[in-house]
Design a protein around this ligand. Sequence first.
Ligand code: SF4
Ligand code: SF4
Length: 426
Amino acid sequence: MKPLEEFKDELEKCVRCGTCRSVCPTFRVLGRETACARGKLTLIGSYLGSEIPQSDEYVRHIKECTLCGACKGSCPNGVDTTGVFAAARADVAKNKGLPFAANLIFKNLVSPGKTVPLALKLASRFQGIFLKDAPAENGLLARFPLPLVGAVMASNRLLPPLAGTPFLDLPEVKGLGVPVAHPSGPRVAFYAGCGVNYLMPNVGSASIDVLKRAGATVIVPQGQVCCGMPAYSTGDLGSAREMALKNLEVFEAHSLDYIVTSCATCGYGLKKLFRDLLFEVPELRARVEAFSSRVRDITELLAHDLDFTGKGRGMAGSPVRVTYHDPCHLGRAQGVRDEPRELIAGAQGVELKEMKHPCSCCGLGGGLSLSNYDLSIEITRRKAESVRDTGADVVVTACPGCMVQLRDAMHRYGVKAKVAHVVELL
Ligand code: SF4
Ligand code: SF4
């Protein structure tokens, strides 16, 4: 990835038209210029021209962004806004260092070894001291305000419970290090990602189940680590690069037709970020290309390659009305919009009712839910209201991160709809 100074050409492409303001979720809430892409590009230009320092205020404006990419998608001049913002974050991390907690987490996610499982086992055992069950919700609430990665966690914030056993440690998953199911079907390696592994192993199990029913030979390579997207969006490119390299080696050890994930953010990271991070090393390029070209979102693989549309089993309590939220990293970043809808609409007893602005950001991205939770959850208010207007029983999406944010928002804004992953309908 280029250093920030090399993005000067991108800054000059901006003609200050303001189109990006109309689609920006942070601008919609904050209503000031520094919240939108045009304002941030101006700030970054002033910083590169040595007109302003890299002050705390500058850093705050740079972080007031979900990296959703809506500005990039709407820009008539094709300014690579998110590329500039990611480089600006890396520049901040290089000059000021990372917050202590983020540094600790990323270093441990590079090589989970025994540290992460042990820490999570302890955390899952003692989470009841700090957190309590939310009645009728799939989540936990803080008993009192808690520090959370540099911010204070609101006591009415709904958190996902930590899995007692991570997905990759489930006995039935460990056995999938060697291929099973249909020896003649395509060989599909499942990439879990942190959300599925540590928070939603049920989404991982449902993914394996539907892949097998769709005729795939499923492999779950052990030793896979975080995709690197959280480290990348915090500006820690060194950790993100190490994670990419580790995953490359782990998956290269298998003969595969596809690498599939149920996480939109991981899919984007494996397809795109790997190239950004590892193409700098010429001898890695062919290997990275072979890896990234095999990556598919699970909805993409099921709808296109495995012809599974119309075969979903639906949900308990069918018929149900369902609405779909487009994760930014799937719809906008990967162009995968029709496939999840085809699978949902084709599932038994499911009515798909579109919400207004299904592709507007849920507010979680770019680390905003940690660095500025109030702004992040305020962005989700409009999403929650759109879900309520559809009268849907369930809001479905294809990203564990969006699911965490949507559950919190449904709870906070009093919307009855449950939150589920597409694979849970199949
Ligand atoms: S839409 Fe593009 S050209 Fe227009 S102000 Fe925003 S970044 Fe600049
Ligand atoms: S990436 Fe999204 S949140 Fe950030 S400036 Fe662009 S539209 Fe706004």
